[in-house]
Design a protein around this ligand. Structure first.
Ligand code: HH2
Length: 259
């Protein structure tokens, strides 16, 4: 379980509650206590329509949180910027979660390679400002699989050990509701790439839209848990979630059934 702590004023999912460093630190500690193996700390929202923030601003947001959590809560850093990743790794981050899959900052691959950190490569069609305008695929699952395989190859070619890389279909990143659910339904086509698969559908708008609100910008905890359990059954290794306790409890029950 990967807990989500957005140190941002504008994330769609936790609406600025963790923008204050003290709140972010408290949330991270609670998520860790509830069973999150890692807490994903991010200083830039990537929600549909979000504007990019500068590296200085991102550092200003995340560094106090990483300093406070150091040696206490295992963290990943949700960033696409080499300078932010470097600082986070110095402060003990174990994983770099890059939603651009090393296509954003040409310096990021070397930072990850030199540190020996873990890396998450995520699929996105387009970029956050415009990605939900009109996402199109001939076959979303095979296109996402081909992309992830290509980015895995690029990361390994840049000197990052394959055993340290996980892959993520990027639920909600340039995808319709149908695309998102089809990716989870056919997750086996992604697990066959041979790397652990991360799924982040927690509180995403597809869940709210599925339940009948076409203008939804978020989804309920219950819907998140339902989708997460289905993803787990189909082979997801890491679930990126905001509500750690609820997901831990649901997965314990699902595991008992599936064991
Ligand atoms: N989703 C978000 C951000 N980072 N990283 C990975 N690997 N997978 C995801 O699905 C993913 C991600 C968006 O969700 P959230 O962090 O809750 O919101 P925001 O981007 O608005 O901060």
């Amino acid at each position: 379980m990967l807990g989500v702590v957005n140190v941002t004023p504008d994330s769609f999912s936790d609406g600025g509650v963790n923008y204050e460093p003290a709140n972010a630190v408290a949330s991270a500690r609670r998520m860790h206590a509830e069973g999150a193996a890692l807490v994903d700390v991010g200083g830039e929202s990537t929600r549909p329509g979000a504007e990019a923030v500068s590296a200085d601003e991102e550092l200003r947001r995340v560094v106090p949180v990483l300093e406070a959590l150091r040696d206490e809560v295992p963290v990943s850093i949700d960033t696409s910027k080499a300078v932010v990743a470097r600082r986070a790794l110095e402060l003990g981050a174990a994983l770099v979660n890059d939603v651009t899959a090393l296509r954003g900052d040409p310096g990021l691959a070397a930072v990850v390679a030199e540190s020996g950190a873990y890396l998450c490569l995520m699929h996105m069609q387009g970029e956050p400002r415009t990605m939900q305008a009109d996402p199109r695929y001939d076959d979303v699952v095979s296109e996402v699989a081909a992309f992830l395989e290509q980015r895995l190859g690029a990361a390994v070619a840049a000197g990052i050990a394959e055993e340290r890389i996980c892959l993520d279909p990027g639920i909600g990143f340039g995808k319709t509701v149908e695309h998102n659910f089809e990716l989870i339904r056919r997750l086996g086509e992604l697990t066959s790439l041979g790397r652990p698969i991360v799924v982040g559908i927690s509180r995403k708008s597809s869940l709210g839209k599925l339940l009948g609100d076409p203008a939804a910008t978020t989804g309920s905890v219950a819907a998140s848990v339902g989708a997460a359990v289905a993803a787990y059954e189909r082979g997801a290794t890491i679930l990126r979630v905001h509500d750690v306790r609820e997901h831990v409890e649901a997965l314990a029950a699902a595991r008992a059934v599936l064991a």
